[in-house]
Write a protein that binds this ligand. Structure first.
Ligand SMILES: *Cc1c(COP(=O)(O)O)cnc(C)c1O
Length: 359
């Protein structure tokens, strides 16, 4: 069997033990004689998986009882549209624009003719930092992207506001503990830090979704899914099963805080390699806003030829997914929860060897 070190930004690497468990259970799920993929979403067999996933998320992430945990489809991109559909009340939506995903969220609110105010942005320096964000307390809701997957920046603290704070946490969900008194809605596509693609996680304060305009289609109402425990229609059952295995794995690793500590070590290894390279490697994000999930860097003055050479050099050593997004260039190492410290060490070694050979 061959397993590469996979630095893809999403879908991204999954823990080997999770894949192996899924493999063992694939054909005969826990003695039921069929695959979980073949089971009715109304069966007791599936029910245990579904509710198990939700319960484990609640426990690990310390989600309060007055929040609903929804398992939807359509990706985070669908949430860009669904959030304003459900939460906009004719006032103003405030956004912090910290990159490509923020921009897409803003666009979907604009399509719905909502009043949109961008209170902070960092476009002028190619989104290399998290700007000072000051939301008002009066807007219908305020929206941030907690981790900017493409640029490699991340909030250290969420901005304060008395308005509901909505967080797109697609690329850092389950990587640190959340103070739920500060967040009223969090959403994430599962495929970066929580499992395979196909499931979208929405964690939302119930009081926020009680009332919704009659013009919102049934499937696009949070309330529909909250009232039906995300079983209004057929949910992505296999993806939810994988999510439940990911939650078990997180629990075995010692929970969110233990994983956060591990992530900090991993990121420090890479950022140290960048900072101690005598200017050969240059990080894209400003130091204080560096992401623990996506490490973005260039070689010298964006030497595209050397950058491509390093990507190929790593591929020869079975490390893939390192080519940076076209809007930043260079390299991007996505080191989500499931990336091992050994994987990061291998990358650091390769970066060192490459630097010595090309300095
Ligand atoms: C990947 C990503 C998205 C888009 O997710 P989809 O599930 O593909 O729609 C949105 N926001 C952020 C921060 C992302 O990283």
């Amino acid at each position: 069997m061959k397993r590469v070190v996979n630095f893809n930004a999403g879908p991204s690497t999954l823990p080997l033990s999770v894949l192996e468990k899924a493999q063992r259970e694939l054909i005969d799920f826990r003695g039921h004689g069929l695959s979980i993929m073949e089971a009715s979403h109304r069966s007791k067999m599936y029910d245990e998986v579904h509710n198990g996933a939700i319960e484990k998320m609640r426990k690990l992430y310390a989600i309060p009882d007055d929040y609903a945990v929804l398992l939807l489809q359509g990706g985070a991109s669908m949430q860009f549209a669904m959030v304003p559909m459900n939460l906009y009340k004719g006032g103003v939506i405030e956004f912090a624009n910290t990159g490509a995903w923020s921009k897409k969220a803003i666009k979907e609110a604009e399509i719905q003719k909502c009043n949109v105010k961008v209170v902070a942005q960092s476009a002028g320096s190619n989104f290399d930092h998290i700007p000072d964000v000051h939301f008002s307390n009066e807007c219908d809701y305020a929206h941030i992207t907690s981790n900017n997957t493409i640029y490699g920046t991340q909030y250290r603290h969420f901005p304060e506001t008395k308005a509901p704070l909505v967080v797109d946490a697609s690329s850092d969900i389950f990587s640190y503990s959340v103070d739920w008194s500060k967040v009223e809605l969090m959403y994430a596509g599962a495929q970066k830090n929580a499992g395979p693609s196909g499931v979208t996680i929405v964690i939302v304060k119930r009081s926020l979704i009680e009332e919704v305009s009659e013009e919102v289609p049934t499937m696009l109402r949070y309330k529909t899914h909250a009232d039906a425990n995300s079983l209004y229609n057929t949910p992505p059952t296999f993806g939810i099963y994988m999510l439940s295995l990911m939650m078990e794995w997180l629990e075995e690793r010692g929970g969110i805080e233990a994983v956060q500590e591990y992530n900090e070590k991993k990121a420090a290894l890479l950022y140290d390699a960048i900072d101690n390279s005598n200017g050969f490697y240059i990080g894209h994000a400003r130091k204080q806003d560096r992401s623990l999930m996506n490490v973005t860097f260039n070689i010298r003055n964006k030497d595209a030829e050397l950058e491509a050479k390093l990507v190929a050099f790593c591929e020869e050593r079975d490390m893939i997914g390192l080519k940076g997004h076209r809007s930043v260039g260079g390299l991007r190492a996505s080191i989500y929860n499931a990336m091992t410290i050994e994987g990061v060490e291998r990358l650091v070694d390769a970066m060192e060897d490459f630097r010595k050979a090309n300095s």
